[in-house]
Design a protein around this ligand. Sequence first.
Ligand code: ADP
Ligand code: MG
Length: 378
Amino acid sequence: MRIDADVDVSSGGQVSSVGLQTLTAHIPTIEHITKAGGRVLLLGHRGEPKGQPSSELSLKPLADAFTELLGKDVGFNADCIGRGVEQAVAELPFGESLLLENVHFHANDLKNDINFTRYLAENSDYFVFDTLTLAAEDMSSTVGCIAQIPSCIGQNISTELEQLERVLTAPEQPVLAIVGGAKLSTKLEMIQHLISRVDMLMLGGGVANTFLEAKDLPMGKSLLEPNYIEAARDILAEAGILGCRILLPQDLVTAAEIEHGVDTQIKIPGKLSSQDIALDIGPQTTKTWAKVISGAKTIVWTGPLGAYETSPFEAGSMTVAQALTQASGRSLVGGGDTITCLEKLEFKGKNTAISRAGDVFLAYLGGQDMTVLKHLQR
Ligand code: ADP
Ligand code: MG
């Protein structure tokens, strides 16, 4: 069973609390198999050992974590291939599970090498793929194994997929997407995909700066991408044709520099001086957006709406996060910095799911294929 084992472990061998959530997500699949009498070999990688075994990146501490989470002993084998595994499997009682050592201690995993894949698969009858986070990865321990033995997805990835599908495949309408973050270039494909699928699109952060500049509203010294101004204009035109309503910031929080506690001003786009830096969406914008959010039935959000790492430029993201908690619509939030930002704000919302699938979440919003799932469908 391929799991997401890429969790933080302290020098004392304690899996971080976020890491424990990642491991906990695999428990239903493990129990589903073991309670039916099946035996599970847990296969995963941690960090980037570049084909070199290292005690720091060993998965051993995870065996203790799994033992605790399952309330049942989970053994550990010091390699993921070879005679040792064969022997351990021969001795493994029915209904039990065994964690194998970091598969990236072998460089061939990343090459999706056929011989290595055969070694990986030789002790198993079935392959269960159970993490969306790796759904776009071309490794022996992902797509490779699927070609070797009968394969299926587990309950964790199935839940993660349902979350995504609820947002884009058959969402309750109206659908609202909120996209922020630093650069339009990294979000361009996603935005192009979203405008044909959502009713409304709110743009904030550095991404919005390029759009405002594209509307001939000079953004001073704000972060923006001059090479993408044309692309922004095209999106505005295309969205108009498709009937997707784009909401840009009506006001911005500006400062002369990115510095904790720096003096700020609220400015309307078009009124920025050549020295101003726009670092967050303004209070009028958050007020309007909160109202729109309360009327949406499905909401997807990725990308912080301001330079949230520096106070007070987390305020816009915080107000939008609060609006999500009060909205009756269902929401899904994801993206590396977005999750960090929400953790900083200690966000909790009963109608909000958080996708931890990282780049795969973003790729899904951008309409990209997920390699592993394609192989499984075949
Ligand atoms: P994610 O990781 O969620 O996809 P991104 O990496 O695209 O998000 O963007 C996050 C970064 O964008 C953060 O470092 C944040 O400081 C930055 N950012 C957001 N708005 C602005 C802004 N107005 N000016 C400068 N940086 C911004
Ligand atoms: Mg990021």
